[in-house]
Design a protein. Sequence first.
Length: 285
Amino acid sequence: MALLSAAASGTLGLWGKLAMTLQLTTPTLLSWRFGLAALLLFALGFGRLSLRTRVELLLLSAIYTASTVLYFMALARISASTAALLVYIAPAFVILYGVLARVRLSRWQMGALLCTLTGLGVVVGLPSAADRDLTGLLLGGISGGLYGGYMFASGRLARTASPLTVAAHLSLVCAATFAVLGGVTAQLVVPNSPAQWGIILAMLLIPTLVALPALSEAVRRIGPARVSLLATTDPLWATLCALLFLGEQLHFTQMVGGALILAGAAFAQWMPKPVSALPVGAARV
């Protein structure tokens, strides 16, 4: 179930790139995707919370939304595989935020930080021809930093709100944000072809309604730490999708940098004995 969740969320870059070929703007794509998801989840009763928890969850959703905005901005400039890898520098940021919060680090976490930053240096410092856009790389890195902030801050809320309740509020904030952005930039329209609606429904179904319930069931069965480790395979699935369906080429720097980033994410979850653990986040919605 954990691998299914990671594989489903790993298709996000594929749908984003296909949407661009259909002249489907990012605000339109994500407004409809998240709007329909929020409507469905709230209708099913996953929006019931105390006022205090709701406010905290909406603030957390704002962090996630900012990460999502920057990810799609990066996706317009660099390859889908590299954008996915940059998002998964998030575990390194989780460690850094833990240091700032005075959480004692294990040697595994220090190794994780070193691996992840080295991998980032390889991907960004030696980019392939398709990724020589400094702005795109920077946007992807900042998106990963914000996603790490979302994971770090979500640790406490994960104990008081179900994954689908979190997803309902994330979807609501994302839908509102992209609707406003689309209105301001005159890019918000009603999809006008079966192909465009197909992309929106695919994003609604696979990275949202398949990934989230699978994640919830996996956590129930094997616990969040092991699920979080398996969720770091997300970039591998994203790269596979890019190779099979987008015709992107896998370059040596992506392989080396990606291996280091994923190794860092794995080390970040390695807890050989009970210590003051960092919060565990969920797979990308």
